[in-house]
Design a protein around this ligand. Sequence first.
Ligand code: SF4
Length: 268
Amino acid sequence: MDLIESRSILSPATGFIRRGGFDWTCNPYVGCTYGCRYCYAAYLPQNRRPVADWGRWLTAKRNAVELARRQGHKAAGQGVYMSSVTDPYQPAERSLHLTRGILEELLPHQPRLVVQTRGPLVVRDIDVLSQYRAVRVNMSIPTDSERVRQLFEPKAPPLDRRWAALHELKAAGVPVGVCVTPTLPIEDAAGFARRIAALAPDVLVCQDFHDAGGRFGADTSDAARRLLAETGWSPADYRRFVDRLRETMAVYEGEAGFFPPGEIAARG
Ligand code: SF4
């Protein structure tokens, strides 16, 4: 892992994140050791390394917490998306505490914060997160199947650990979102829908994987598209799954699911 001195820890939001109502993105790291096969971040200009190496390297912003202390005022009351090109709770965070330090420094400025992660480590910071007046932790759970999860995101945490984290957050009063994004093949659509309904997340987001090719995010890898084709999962399967979910709860699709906490009523 590399360490760098960064000039800024808050970047002006762009693209679909900006359109969703966020003012800033916050990335404590560059790169991501979860290395999901469909990750659009591998194709963004911030990634100057070969796309094929995505997931095999990580750069930590050594001065991230100090920057948050100096620059946090800029985000007072504004929408902050954490993170757009990395996972703030990947394994390195367990010892580096950059994400936690940033959360502590932003707290006095009370931005409207969304934390987007696959990392159950997020529960470590419930004590800080619960002090935000407008916050949501979005957990990415793109399938109900460990077999599928291991095909597409073999280095990311098992699904049951993500579910456990969601329940712990919710029990602590921290609003949660479930992001079935991108929606990977589902093995038991009815059972998955029941599990989501039982959690009753504050926000539920789905995204048809077939729509990902250049129109949402930057791109997704050919390998991921091949894997998807091998599973036989189709756009019709996705549509049936979303329709089933909509029988019991509101579902935001794709870009419509990107919005800061406190804006549901305006959009729903
Ligand atoms: S966890 Fe997020 S940022 Fe990291 S590889 Fe997976 S999709 Fe990309």
